[in-house]
Design a protein. Structure first.
Lengths: 202, 202
């Protein structure tokens, strides 16, 4: 967390349009402010006025930057996605490189389910249709990651098809009604994922 | 097929609001006409005027009944879904009752993928968001069916979670770009489903 909005933006992972650094700082400051409001008051607490006040910028800046509340939530989600990508692409094992591919796949699914469950209210508020919730490149990055680990496992299978199916399982928690996403249910979903992966790659 | 629109409507499966029989006949005649147009000219060939002419009813009747083109497609999909339900609930094995639960589960996924792939253009045209493409009771019927077969297999597992995951895999073909749903790809998706089911229930 960055309670004073003074840290620079996280370096973006993957291709991104270049941003002037003052614009990037502005964006980071606004998103930090939005995250603080979400943490304290929930999603309902985020208004364009309140966000401008919290970040110490004009309301016009907030609108130019995000367009709408849904745009703020979409930008927050992009940040969450980038952070998650950093964890599985270059973070510590077993999620990051260095562990056995099957263990990495198990860890990946568990982490993904947790991130999705935690972000589900934000995803709903971002008002993206399900098809677009994992846009290129986010969806592609995840699919490539799963396919790579499947290949590394050395088990003979139709990698694109199985990767596609496993990706579907990981998107499923999003379709769960919000009330169902209890911590106990999240653990059971993770256990279910692990069972699936270990059975497939036995 | 019913090229002259003279057969009575299929008996509805599952709870349905009662329909006067002339209304039901009208609906069946309209849907048969719509299906004929789709078969000959594709989805783009369906217009409210053309449908009225093909069914030999007034245009007002078509609008009152379906509201819009998307409504026509949604009604066609409901019919497809009811027909599919009849096949797995009471049709011949291995899809219907009488076969081993694992074989039924394998057959179910293969049949579901085929139906989904064939209906994908219709589903897109029906403009239902993904979340609503399998509305209660259709989605619930499928989930209960999968859960029942999992229980019957006698393998010890978290049935609701695994049923939920398997359902996600079967919804995935819908998310495939249309161009990707070749017959060869559909077979590979079916093989992938079979591998998943047999691995889980070994």
């Amino acid at each position: 967390m960055d309670p004073h909005g003074l840290l620079p933006a996280r370096p973006p992972i993957g291709p991104q349009p270049p941003e002037r650094s003052d614009a990037a700082r502005n964006r980071a400051r606004l998103l930090d402010a939005a995250q603080r409001i979400v943490d304290c008051e929930g999603i309902a607490g985020v208004t364009m006025d309140g966000l401008a006040a919290e970040a110490g910028v004009g309301k016009g800046t907030v609108f130019r930057r995000f367009g709408s509340r849904a745009g703020v939530f979409a930008a927050l989600l992009d940040d969450v996605e980038r952070e998650f990508q950093a964890r599985f692409l270059s973070g510590p094992p077993p999620l990051g490189p260095g562990a056995d591919p099957v263990e990495r796949l198990v860890a990946f699914g568990r982490a993904r389910i947790e991130v999705l469950a935690r972000q589900a209210p934000l995803m709903r508020a971002a008002e993206r249709p399900v098809e677009e919730r994992f846009e290129v490149p986010a969806r592609v990055v995840v699919e490539v990651h799963i396919a790579t680990l499947l290949r590394q496992s050395g088990v003979e299978l139709d990698v694109p098809v199985i990767a596609f199916e496993l990706l579907a399982v990981l998107e499923a928690p999003l379709l769960l009604p919000e009330a169902d996403l209890t911590p106990a249910k999240i653990i059971r979903l993770g256990d279910g994922w692990e069972r699936l992966v270990r059975a497939l790659l036995r």
